[in-house]
Design a protein around this ligand. Structure first.
Ligand code: C5P
Length: 218
């Protein structure tokens, strides 16, 4: 079958990465977690004490950042940072960092390059609107903020990080706001995307819903 692109967009905690991983395995697709790429840039900024409010400073260091994805490992300048990019500290600054145009240009180029000539599922915020506006299938995942916060708390706990529900909910609402009101590639549903609400679906049910869409549309 020909190569194709599946765009899976939605807010933080809507289930994108969990679902995309299973779909990729079941359909033999390459999975690209674009949020992890923004997180790697945010981690570099954090580790090097760069002021992310100073756009010129961020632009100046972008050439020092080499982002690689090898299997399911995220490699920043040769070092595996798969765990470090998931900490609350990185999560706190990733939205303002990803609102910077030069950061997006660099990473969108890389996302297109990695996807070339493959069957790919990409998860993110702007895949169906900006990165691949001609994607073969566009899905926009949503879930209530409370449900998303509940999932994040569980997710943190599985990594040994303790965060309380109210703090995580506040962070999610803040990120939703920053991501959807920014000037560059805001989080929004593409006109031709299919919305799937996972608030009342477990992982298997969400995967089933999306698998049916793939079989139907591609
Ligand atoms: O998906 P995840 O929560 O890991 O994404 C982290 C952050 O990266 C998001 O809150 C958003 O600010 C940014 N992001 C983005 N565009 C994407 C993917 C993620 O701006 N395609």
């Amino acid at each position: 079958m020909k190569n194709y692109i599946i765009a899976l967009d939605g807010p933080a905690g809507s289930g994108k990465s969990t679902i995309a991983k299973v779909i990729a395995k079941n359909f033999g697709l390459t999975y690209l977690d674009t949020g992890a790429m923004y997180r790697m840039v945010a981690l570099y900024i954090l580790e090097n004490n760069i002021d992310f409010n100073n756009v010129a400073d961020v632009e100046n260091i972008l050439n020092n950042i080499k982002v690689d994805i090898i299997d399911d490992k995220f490699i920043l300048n040769g070092k595996d940072v798969s765990l470090e990019i998931r900490t609350p500290e990185v999560t706190k600054i990733v939205s303002p960092v990803s609102a910077i145009k030069a950061v997006r240009v660099k990473l969108v180029d890389l996302q297109r390059e990695i996807s070339k000539g493959k069957k790919v599922i990409l998860d993110g915020r702007d895949i169906g609107t900006v990165v691949f506006p001609n994607a073969d299938l566009k899905i926009f995942l949503v879930a209530s903020p409370e449900e998303r916060a509940k999932r994040r708390v569980k997710d943190y706990a599985s990594k040994g990080i303790t965060e309380d529900f109210e703090t995580v909910l506040k962070d999610i609402l803040e990120r939703d706001h920053t991501d959807s009101t920014r000037k560059e590639s805001p989080l929004k549903k593409a006109e031709d995307a299919i919305e799937v609400d996972t608030s009342f679906l477990n992982i298997e049910e969400s995967v089933q819903t999306i698998s049916n869409l793939i079989k139907e549309k591609i």
